[in-house]
Design a protein. Structure first.
Length: 70
């Protein structure tokens, strides 16, 4: 994993913790969500955040198929 992947994973973990501890309307959750959105936008500048933002938390996990035995 690259340091950017590690940072994103850490931010997403913090966001989930803030969501379940304080709720989606809390300042803690909103601050972390803004950091995640900014991090993703900096890596994918063509992705419009405001126009496609959905309410509530959105968590994405990379899907990697299991390696097939050779």
């Amino acid at each position: 994993m690259s340091s950017n992947d590690d940072l994103l994973a850490s931010l997403q973990s913090s966001m989930r913790n803030a969501l379940f501890t304080f709720g989606a309307s809390s300042q803690q959750y909103q601050n972390i969500k803004a950091m995640v959105d900014e991090h993703i936008a900096s890596k994918h500048p063509s992705t419009p955040l405001a126009s496609t933002a959905q309410p509530g938390p959105v968590f994405t996990l990379a899907h990697r198929p299991k390696p097939r035995p050779t």
